[in-house]
Design a protein around this ligand. Sequence first.
Ligand code: ADP
Length: 419
Amino acid sequence: MNGPAHPGGATRTGVSDLPVVAMIGGGQLARMTHQAAIALGQTLRVLAADPAESASQVSPDVVIGSHTDLAALRLVADGATVLTFDHEHVPPEHLHALVAEGVNVQPPPEALVYAQDKLMMRRKLRELGAPVPDFAEVRGLQDVVDFAEANSWPVVIKAIRGGYDGRGVWMPKTEAEAEAIVADQLAHGVGLMVEQKVPLRRELSAMVARSPFGQGATWPVVESVQRDGVCAVVVAPAPKLSDELAARAEQLALRLAAELGVVGSMAVELFETAGPDGKPMILVNELAMRPHNTGHWTQNGAITSQFEQHLRAVLDYPLGDPSPIAPVTVMANILGGPQTPAMSMDERLHHLFGRLPEAKVHLYGKGERPGRKLGHINITGAISGSLDDAAYVADVRERAERAAHWLSHGEWSDGWDGK
Ligand code: ADP
């Protein structure tokens, strides 16, 4: 059975009755979802902007086009069992149009909008009784000034739509700083909101998955270490998190998934801060309704990875066991160094594998640029260890970060010279 030729060059030659999942976006999340799809007998179909993107390189079923072009969306959805996402930037009106035409869009647009629009998300979360930082809509500078007077400087200004990895997040300390941001962004048509700058103890993430049938599954809550607004390291599970707070975060994430009608993997990004009684408490920062950087550890550290789980969920298969397989797993992002090392990536891999054979490498097929997410490393701790043993956790983390730094910088962070 031969299918239509695609503008991306691929011809569909499916020979099985297994489902076709189409994913909007050709980044690393789609690339790794394709990897999970292979094991399920599938080939992920991808809508990518460019044949060189991470997922375009690996899937033979690629439509080249824009996620803002309804015709391209229709083409990738044509004949697919389900349409899903590696980012949240598809215009909601296009998604509603596809649903009206009979396309199975998961997560559905009614749920996805709460991951697309930060102001709607904050309002909905508050309505659902989830703890969130104080916030307000910004129509002009006065809204920021009023909010800062009621709270205090600095405040956090956010683009309501389209931000990621900290782009679209500003933390002005004064009215003058806020004025420059607000004037510039509003002039460019960017909708803004303002929120309280939370005194963070650390950042956590609660990842869950939910199927249309209503089945839910939750991975343990993880700690996500951010550098310059970008996730650098994830420690799974989060050390020193009380059972009570962990259970509350997991239950909250499952409840939000159910109440919002989410389908697929979802990350609930959390802030851990001190409550009025000085005890740790959590606030919800944001929702991502797709596989997420804070779930990459599951590829090597859990029975079911977030990518497989996302496929199972959007296809309404029974969900997989999310249990961790080690007391701790650490993920470290390979973030492009200030300059591309003279040593080739191939040679860096040789050295890494020689020194840290336990490091699991996931590269995204991207060119090296400063700060760019090029891949990640997962290291699972020995089964005999304990999450309560700080030295054990620190050792696993050190190895993961050392491996990631080596691949991005071509230098060993512990000064080792290879002899
Ligand atoms: P993005 O969607 O671009 O990832 P986020 O809303 O997650 O943006 O913010 C990026 C980072 O900025 C967060 O991970 C956190 O470190 C910091 N941040 C965001 N909002 C707040 C806040 N209200 N208080 C303190 N830090 C914040």
